[in-house]
Design a protein around this ligand. Structure first.
Ligand code: ADP
Ligand code: ZN
Length: 623
């Protein structure tokens, strides 16, 4: 199948009516033989940027992809859409690989996925040189960068493609948002001559919700209580914490699996497969989990510990909501996280200059977590993008609070730091301010100090938040060497505040009592995508979903390669009655229409299932 018109391929093969963002321009550029670096956020639609040109140009499109596990799903998704695709990697038997080569040599493949090792193996490029090639696509191109977070040495060798295949368009694609990594990709893959396409990195469907860390476990359970049955990822810092949180979630009745580098390869691949192929699985993971996860319907990403940089936070949260439907990035952050992360940096083997960079990256993250206005504006600004208006879809936009005057409290906190000798961390300082009776206070005689017990007007959580914000604003400095001890920041900041020459307004968490009443925040954000459907539509959607699960099981593929949720939702709400009408639904291309059209129409024509329980509105007691 070689057809010339990209817009027609988009509709006929993929069932989409229009290109998104810069896709049209990129596709046109590559179809006419140009090379490029494509920077697009996760879920932005990078795949079509090379898949469509591969279908429009003569020859096969070669896609370099770092993760074998995911190639198969990509290939499967393409085959479902009627595209002739295959993957060559180390998981194949020799006979299977030989069969793929024969298909290639007969000119019967549109897209070939290969691992970088395979591509660079002896003789491989020689064989490719004998074939007509449509293009090279280098997916997850940031793997070539040592500065980035997923460095893969074998990616460095991909530079030879520029020399050996100078007439073939090369497309490097990544969701990396860091300008320095981008430069490195261009250099290392010799794309200096190619164009750079930069899409907005905003992910408007992701709601950012940050909470003061109080008791991460119960906060997480409360957040998840509204999300039973949804697929999601929970990130924790260490293997031990991953195991613990996974066990807690299972005990609370969630279908949770752990994933970290300490588990066997088999356990990891089972976890990954369950997550991809079953509904409503929650993966609790360290950062070892994630690259290339292309599951479109991840509804939430939760962080119970701070990630190590704002880039990492963006990448990790970006795995939510690839399908464009509402999703939530939720994080609890607390005073204890920062000194610990600083210590990790200090204790690492990195050179001093590198440590400096890591501290800087962490500072950017602290700036984000202690932001006082729209989170999305802060996040995008870090990546060089200006969002003109507050987003309306983050905790600070949704729960506006200009802050209260905390000048007096801040002065008390600073005094406590000073009187205790500028060497204690937040926890002890709060004990002193609240007039606590701890062993440490007795031992050090801190009960005798003038600051002892002068802060009873605020609760512990409020003091901790206040101190953390004083650190974020540099009134206080936290030393990695002194294990999180706090000392004064620059005189120019601290003195005017102590002398009462300036005032300070900050947002503090409400007292615990009020907090329990105002649970609206996270629930209001309930991202259950099906909320967009009316009641009967939702039942139809469920019927379609179980039909899809059957289809996927019988073919041994993930459900979303059959149809995305978004497509099923549109079918459920529009209820098409003919094949022609069904063909106009987003995500229904010709091949899927031929394959599934009749059975979907039959499903819709069946009489409405009778609800098993009486409608809630009639008999549920008033709360
Ligand atoms: P990325 O690789 O950039 O993370 P994908 O290529 O996987 O993103 O695309 C994300 C989702 O958006 C996929 O489900 C894809 O089918 C869908 N998509 C991409 N382009 C379009 C488009 N023009 N119209 C509708 N849906 C699209
Ligand atoms: Zn906002």
């Amino acid at each position: 199948m070689k057809v010339g018109d990209p817009a027609k391929v988009l509709q006929d093969v993929f069932g989409y009516g229009a290109f998104r963002g810069p896709q049209a321009e990129i596709v046109a550029h590559v179809v006419s033989g140009g090379s490029a670096l494509v920077l697009m956020p996760t879920g932005g639609g990078k795949s079509l940027c090379y898949q469509i040109p591969a279908l429009c140009r003569p020859g096969v499109g070669v896609v370099v992809s770092p993760l074998i596990a995911l190639m198969q799903d990509q290939v499967e998704g393409l085959r479902q859409a009627g595209v002739r695709a295959a993957a060559l990697n180390s998981s194949l038997e020799a006979g299977e690989a030989a069969a793929i080569w024969r298909t290639l040599e007969r000119g019967e493949l549109d897209l070939l996925y290969v691992s970088p090792e395979r591509l660079m193996s002896p003789g491989f490029l020689d064989r490719l040189e004998q074939l007509p090639l449509a293009l090279f696509a280098i997916d997850e191109a940031h793997c070539v960068s040592q500065w980035g977070h997923d460095f893969r040495p074998e990616y460095l060798q991909l530079a030879v493609l520029a020399e050996r295949f100078s007439a073939i368009p090369r497309l490097a694609l990544t969701a990396t948002a860091d300008p320095r990594t981008r430069e490195e990709i261009r250099e290392r893959l010799q794309l200096q001559q190619g164009r750079v396409f930069l899409a907005s990195f905003d992910r408007p469907n992701i709601r950012y919700l940050l909470r003061d860390k109080d008791e991460a476990r119960s906060q997480l359970l409360a957040f998840l209580a509204e999300r039973r049955g949804e697929a999601g990822i929970v990130y924790a810092r260490s293997r031990a914490r991953v195991d613990r949180f996974a066990a807690d979630l299972r005990a609370a009745g969630f279908d949770a699996v752990a994933y970290h580098a300490g588990l066997s390869a088999e356990a990891r691949s089972t976890a990954l497969n369950r997550f991809r192929r079953e509904a409503g699985v929650v993966v609790v993971a360290t950062i070892a989990f994630g690259m290339g996860i292309d599951k479109p319907d991840v509804r939430f990403v939760a962080h119970v510990d701070l990630p190590k940089s704002l880039e990492a936070y963006y990448q990790e949260t970006g795995r939510a909501g690839r399908d464009g439907l509402p999703a939530v990035a939720w994080m609890v952050h607390g005073a204890g996280d920062v000194p610990q992360l600083r210590r990790f940096i200090e204790d690492s083997d990195a050179a001093p200059a590198q440590k400096q960079i890591e501290h800087g990256k962490l500072n950017a993250l602290i700036g984000f977590s202690e932001a006082s206005a729209c989170r999305r504006q802060v996040l995008l600004k870090h990546f060089g993008e200006i969002l003109a208006e507050p987003c309306g879809n983050c905790d600070l936009c949704l729960e506006p609070d200009t802050g209260t005057d905390v000048t007096v409290a801040a002065r008390k906190a600073l005094s406590a730091v000073f009187r205790t000798g500028q060497r204690f961390g937040g926890a002890h300082l709060v004990d002193v301010l609240l007039g606590g009776d701890t062993a440490r206070i007795r031992e050090l005689g801190h009960g005798e100090l003038s600051v002892y017990g002068i802060g009873r007007e605020l609760e512990r959580g409020q003091w901790r938040s206040l101190i953390r914000q004083l650190v974020a604003k540099s009134y206080l400095l936290s030393d990695a060497e002194s294990r999180g001890g706090l000392r004064f920041g620059p005189d120019s900041l601290v003195k005017p505040l102590l002398k009462g020459e300036v005032s300070l307004a900050l947002r503090l968490p409400p007292p615990a009592k009020e907090r329990r009443q105002a649970t609206g925040g996270d629930r209001g954000a309930a991202a259950t995508a099906t909320l967009e459907l009316a009641e009967e539509g939702r039942e139809r959607f469920e019927v379609l979903r179980s039909w899809r699960l059957e289809q996927a099981r019988s073919q041994g593929v993930p459900p979303y390669v059959v149809f995305h949720d978004r497509t099923l939702m549109e079918i459920a709400s529009r209820q098409p009655t003919s094949l022609a009408e069904l063909g106009t639904v987003t995500g229904v291309g010709q091949a899927k229409l031929d394959r599934y059209g009749e059975s979907v129409l039959q499903l819709l024509a069946r009489p409405e299932p009778q609800p098993l329980r009486p409608s809630l509105g009639l008999c549920s007691p008033e709360p």
